[in-house]
Design a protein around this ligand. Sequence first.
Ligand code: ADP
Ligand code: MG
Length: 725
Amino acid sequence: MASLRFKMVEEALSHVAVPAQVPEGRSADYFGELVFGRNVMRRYLDRKTYEALIETMEHGTPLTREVADSIAAGMKQWAVEHGADHYTHWFQPLTGGTAEKHDSFAEPDGRGGVLEEFSGKLLVQQEPDASSFPNGGIRNTFEARGYSAWDPTSPAFIVGSTLCIPTVFIAYTGEALDYKTPLLRSLAAIDKAATEVCRYFDRNVSKVFCYLGWEQEYFLVDESLWAARPDLVLTGRTLMGHESAKNQQLEDHYFGAIPERVIEFMRDLEYEALRLGIPVKTRHNEVAPNQFELAPIYEETNLANDHNQLLMTIMNKIARRHNFRVLLHEKPFKGVNGSGKHNNWSMGTDTGVNLLSPGKTPSENLQFITFLVNVIAAVYKHAGVLKASIMSATNAHRLGANEAPPAIISTFLGAQISAVLDKLEASRSDAAIVFSAKNMFKMSGISHIPTLMRDNTDRNRTSPFAFTGNRFEFRAVGSSDNCADAMLTLNAAVAEQLTLFKTAVDARIESGMKKEKAIYEEVKKLIRDCKPIRFDGNGYSEEWKAEAARRGLDCETSTPLIFDRYLTDDTLRLFESTGVLSRVEIEARTEVKWETYTKKIQIEGRVLGDLTMNHIVPIASRYEAMLLDKVYKMSQIGGLDASADIDLLKKIQGHTAAIQTLTIEMIEARKKANRIENAREKAIAYHDTVAVFFDQIRKHTDRLEEIIDDQMWTLPKYRELLFIK
Ligand code: ADP
Ligand code: MG
């Protein structure tokens, strides 16, 4: 019997490179051609409208109805000229991913005909029928409807034949039901707090931006093989599969040539991304076989995040043209590295200064150290909720497992910066610092940072939050995550910390201390206080786990319990004082996180149960029957030794029996958990009593995969899934 698997493997092997559809010429010719950006606006809007829109984009000035109408008219004209016949409000609900509801530009005129219409009203605000989006009970408690509202700071774009208008999604009562709303609020909070601190150093600063450069990791699998793996199709990861004899031991994939089929896919993806204004730059293999990465040049955070969301949605569409499927799951395969989405994060002023980049003068360096230390202090204080912000059922496989990054948040600074901070901290007497009009202060170390440091930030790949020369890299973010959760939490934490810092420095100044000394003293205090969060060693090691616990760092590994960090007094104060999230919003969002966790584990449990009972046990039985037949016949002939076959039979027996028992127990545990009403308790039950069966069951299925006739095995094996020909 030729199994489906063999057919699919054959099909996969027949897939050849599909040439990318990229026009000749330079990327500058098509970069942003599907975006209603400033250049296009200038051409499609009259001057008054254009200026009003820029004013709104830059300063948030409300638009008049008239101006909105005129923007809508220009936007529509441009969209129609570029092949669009529909438009949609594009938003980021808490389900993850993006949502859109397409409307035709043509509207009924009420007299049986249609009217081509797209007004300012439709551009600015809509009420998607969104009762099915998760809301953690907000809309039940308050008001049944939510609405989407245009975010003019992120430009509209065209996908296929649809004009997509980036929007926020909020409940009728004003609570955020999406990722974008609180992200925007957090950017406003950090702008306000950081600008004030900047003005100690430079009175000309009037705005601080946050930048995000994400690095998207992903796996590709052949579509035919993917289709024959119900677990990949339904959960995004393999729930079973014996490790391939060759994995990533040789580490030959990382520097290896990218297969032709993949190159063509990447070319198409990059082309589409560039047309959508996503400034993609690098492509390379990652550590694991079939794992790749794509990273754009960093952008202002809100735009960067929209671009990441957009990229994730177009990836699969493009992959299918090449007979691939994209796996964005954090851990699709056991035994090989998982996928993350490093969030490179920095702050910069409207005067063009990167606040996390060492400067040329001592004053610039004091500013740099000030911001650096405040970030570290913020991460120290809110490490728990930062971890919660990147935690999920899927990312949990990555964190805490023996790979980047560990489930303990710490910061890596590198030898150079660590030495500077240690020196600063140790300089107890004021005599060590010389203040003068010319030279704000002198201290060996500080004025030398710039030249030395850049080449010196060695890459500690095991740190979840690493300083990399002119930015921090939040590495714990999962490959399937919306970056907003991590970014808004980090922004809120840093905004709060900078505000506290400003208050403390001002108090010292008021009591007669000189400004520079006041800053310096506060910085020193912070360095002392937040020392436990600094760790430059190996984040994977067992010693670190023990050491981190001794330091009092958050070492919780259970996903549902990590979500509790959202509801501590410290976190509530953090989000409320910065205006990023209200208590109702936090409670609702945490509820959604627990619910999502439960659903994911529930689905995995069901798929695993189906696979073991419908695939694995029947295959094992068939093979057993064959062996039994053989053993029986051998005994009939006599004089033959069937003991090896009998041993094998016993082994198979043992594994199948265990699988059956464990599966039944898992189903029982699920039933019990399903009866729990409370979202938190239910998630905990799923974590503690259901998910624990997955690995136990897997151990037996993977052993069976090893010993059962290869011809009979129906599921594509790791060695087939992981190596693209
Ligand atoms: P690596 O893989 O070595 O970490 P990459 O070059 O792949 O580095 O990615 C680095 C990312 O960091 C890119 O998206 C880059 O644009 C971004 N980046 C560089 N400088 C900054 C900065 N100042 N702020 C935010 N992101 C930055
Ligand atoms: Mg990186």
